[in-house]
Design a protein around this ligand. Structure first.
Ligand code: F6P
Length: 546
């Protein structure tokens, strides 16, 4: 059967299931949880609260097969240049030894390069942690500032927060925004004499990072003079550029064009994380991702977590037409996980043309957004429960607290967290119908006159889909598996939509236009040939400027 005929079958399923509710589906089949959930080790993916059944899953799996997911997975793992618009291989799996052994790119064995650089940057991280690599005046670095943006920031930021209980190295700070407030507020309380600055940029041309680097270098030079260079390290694929800034090669850690920025946390871009948690825990993080790679590459599609996760997303996006997904970790340490997944998913699959440049007839990557629970419950969950749009939710939660060892109440807090996430998923799926709401109010002693105006606002339609990821504990190893799970989900969806998930041309135009505008903003001049909206804004800004 062709891909198109699988889509047609799936549309029929969507029509069939639109006649029913999650309440009905659970009543008809008490085995939904067993049938519509899968595990990789302790990590459970429960999609039983989706508007889905086994027949739908079977046809989604057929679609995945017809789209060539298995063949493309092989191409990915074996280093084929699947990023066709940039003619690059896509080998983030090789960074954690999860790609095929002996993969070569342009005649070079990838694993050899990976191991050499990994050894170097992990050793450097250890030397900063122990003080073997010390400041210009011989003291142990107390603070490390990472300058980078996008993939050169979000991964280390997300993972450093996620692994806070393992953070026993120097304090870490991250500066990404070109807004001077970010770097000024960060540097102000720090002592340059004990601060190491890492400049992280794949290209080493990104305007924000280069401007922040200039400011940080001036700050270092002001107190350290020509010793400032000792307080600099860099991570980049552009070694010519790092040399032109006179950053000593011994503190420059490379990576390669076959690592996408948003897939680079496993490379030397992870240096700040390695400084925070140390070599052993960083290796555990890599090992977790490798375990997910092995699962992704070997588990049958019907039990394959990334594949199932991707297919549930396809069902929501293309068959039920939901444009967004709320990603809600019930895990404060994952507070930046939604932001990380936003870049991973939206920069990868936010595309409208196929890999050969034809328009795509259907919808592609959804808008991903989210905040940690339970906070989210007290802000936007009103809309998720009763708003006019259906917003599917991906919940994440650990069975155990991550910091129980040093905090007596940790278990009690975790009980509350677990209770809340389960309650929210129940409320979304099953709601509370008006008859029950009325009966409850009557039992509480309200009169029919009091009940009438309150019954509708207190009614929950339910029938709102959610999935849940449950893991034993948020350890470095688990975090590695979770991130790799999301990476592979994005890959599978990209294959089904027939897009190149590994380029990002959509961010280029804005950069070009900003370059063209810079001198006008600096000189406070409004060019004659500019559009009237920009002219109006520039005039207004110029009037307000001091
Ligand atoms: O502008 C988008 C982008 O290219 C991202 O893909 C990337 O992660 C980020 O900018 C930072 O790029 P670099 O690491 O080259 O500074």
């Amino acid at each position: 059967m062709s891909v198109e005929s699988h889509w047609a079958t799936l549309r029929q399923h969507a029509e069939r299931l639109s006649q029913t509710t999650l309440r009905d589906l659970f009543a008809q089949n008490p085995k939904r949880f067993d049938e519509l959930s899968a595990n990789q080790d302790d990590l459970l993916f429960d999609y039983s609260r989706e508007k889905i059944d086994q027949a739908v899953i079977a046809d989604l799996l057929n679609l995945a097969q017809a789209a060539g997911v298995e063949q493309w997975r092989e191409k990915l793992a074996s280093g084929e240049k699947i990023n066709n618009t940039e003619s690059r291989a896509v080998l983030h799996m090789a960074l954690r030894d999860g790609a095929s052994a002996n993969v070569q790119v342009d005649g070079e064995v990838v694993a050899d390069k990976v191991h050499e650089v990994r050894e170097r940057f992990l050793q450097f991280a250890e030397s900063v942690r122990t003080g073997t690599y010390a400041s210009a005046d011989g003291q142990k670095f107390t603070d490390v500032v990472n300058l980078g943006i996008g993939g050169s920031d979000l991964g280390p930021v997300m993972a450093t927060l996620a692994l806070h209980p393992w953070h026993d190295g120097p304090r870490l700070h991250f500066v990404s925004n070109v807004d001077g407030a970010h770097i000024i507020d960060t540097l102000k309380p720090l002592n340059p004499a004990s601060t190491l600055v890492i400049v992280a940029s794949k290209t080493f041309t990104t305007a924000e990072t280069m401007q922040n680097f200039g400011t940080a270098l001036a700050w270092l030079k002001q107190s350290l003079g020509d010793q400032a260079g000792k307080h600099l390290a860099a991570v980049s694929t552009n070694l010519a550029a790092t040399r032109s800034y006179q950053i000593d090669d011994s503190r420059v850690f490379g990576f390669w064009d076959w690592v996408g920025g948003r897939y680079s946390i496993w490379s030397a871009i992870g240096l700040p994380l390695a400084i925070a948690i140390g070599k052993v825990q960083f290796e555990a993080f890599l090992a977790g991702a490798k375990a997910m790679d092995e699962h992704f590459r070997s588990a049958p599609l019907a039990q394959n977590l990334p594949v199932l996760f991707a297919l549930v997303g396809i069902w929501r996006r293309n068959l039920l037409n939901y444009p967004t997904v709320a990603l809600i970790p019930y895990d404060q340490h994952l507070a930046r996980f939604p932001a990380y997944v936003q870049q991973l998913d939206m920069e990868s699959n936010g595309k409208s043309v196929t890999r050969t440049g034809q328009s795509i007839a259907q919808q592609t990557g959804p808008v991903i957004w989210g905040e940690p629970g339970t906070n989210a419950q007290h802000s936007f969950f009103q809309l998720i429960h009763q708003g006019s749009d259906v917003i599917p939710v991906d919940f994440m939660v650990a069975a155990n607290p991550s910091s129980s060892a040093d905090f007596a109440d940790a278990q009690a807090h975790q009980d509350s967290l677990l209770t809340n996430v389960l309650a929210q998923a129940q409320a979304l799926a099953f709601g509370r119908d008006e008859a029950t709401v009325r009966a409850d109010m009557q039992a509480a002693g309200l009169t029919p006159e009091q009940i009438d105006p309150l019954a509708a606002p207190r009614t929950f339609q339910g029938n709102r889909p959610s999935s849940m990821l449950i893991y034993r504990q948020l350890t470095p190893e688990t975090l590695g598996r979770l991130v790799a799970l999301f990476e592979h989900k994005v890959f599978v969806q990209g294959i089904i939509w027939n897009i190149n998930s590994y380029d990002q041309w959509g961010v280029e135009l804005g950069k070009k236009l900003a370059n063209a505008l810079l001198s006008f903003v600096q000189k406070r001049v409004v060019p004659n040939d500019i559009d009237s909206a920009s002219a109006g804004a520039l005039n207004h800004i110029n009037q307000l400027r001091r």
